[in-house]
Design a binder for this molecule. Structure first.
Ligand SMILES: Nc1nc2c(ncn2[C@@H]2O[C@H](COP(=O)(O)OP(=O)(O)OP(=O)(O)O)[C@@H](O)[C@H]2O)c(=O)[nH]1
Ligand SMILES: [Mg+2]
Length: 219
């Protein structure tokens, strides 16, 4: 299908975000099962967390694009994995929200089985960024999900989202709670997609995950 001129322009606009030059960012495909994953074997980093936590907004902010990743007005609408190719080098992957209550149990179970399969079996997946709202500190389902990802051996980076929604003392409390809940060595990074806070550090962490795995594969 030929791309509209606007889509082409957005895919090719060159911007620098957090010190990283984004020369291209494009939606490639959605997948609802393992056979739908991209055939192109580029390394992938995926974004996971409860619905409405800010996954899609963060991906747009990281890629320096306003509306490339759909930001949901209705939480829990995304039932597929969405793949975005960055600089023709790697994929950022938007995953469905974890444990969304209004989604029927059967569909929720189906989605969580698919996400688990993807994390366990997709060799191109080099790391997961798990978002927790700084105001909530992490719910039981977040803690369970992060534990089950760790058990697969896939590197997972827990970060806090919506930094702009809290003041300094709420920030300190939230970071401490997330560190305890997820048993982290250090306080997590806290980002804001609106204020573009923390994107430089997050890009460094993402690039590190992609590179570290390259080295491992090259050994
Ligand atoms: N204040 C503030 N709002 C944010 C931030 N990031 C996202 N939001 C808002 O939070 C809502 C949900 O954002 P999304 O990016 O769609 O969240 P999501 O995790 O992708 O949600 P699902 O696709 O339903 O799983 C939207 O109204 C966003 O504008 C942020 O850093 N600060
Ligand atoms: Mg989303």
């Amino acid at each position: 299908m030929p791309m509209s001129p606007e889509v082409k322009k957005s895919a090719q606009a060159v911007v620098t975000v957090g010190g990283v030059q984004i020369t291209s960012a494009e939606f490639v495909k959605s997948a609802v099962n393992l056979s739908g994953l991209p055939k192109e074997h580029l390394p992938q980093v995926a974004f996971l967390g409860r619905s409405n936590v800010g996954k899609s907004s963060l991906m747009n902010a990281l890629m320096g694009r306003k509306n490339l990743v759909k930001v949901s007005s209705t939480p829990g609408k995304t039932h597929e994995l969405n793949f975005f190719r960055v600089n023709k080098e790697f994929f950022l992957v938007d995953l469905p929200g974890v444990g969304f209550a209004k989604v029927a149990n059967s569909l929720r179970d189906e989605m969580s089985v698919f996400i688990r399969d993807y994390v366990e079996k997709c060799k191109d997946l080099k790391g997961l960024v798990y978002l927790v709202d700084i105001r909530h500190g992490g719910h039981a389902i977040d803690i369970e999900t992060v534990e089950s990802i760790r058990a697969t051996g896939c590197p997972v980076l827990v970060i806090a989202s919506k930094r702009d929604k809290v003041n300094q003392s709420e920030l300190a409390k939230g970071l401490k709670l997330i560190q305890q809940n997820f048993d982290l060595d250090e306080k997590p990074l806290c980002v804001s997609s609106i204020k573009k806070t923390g994107l430089d550090q997050l890009w460094q962490d993402i690039l590190y995950a992609l590179k570290k795995n390259e080295e491992r594969e090259g050994q």
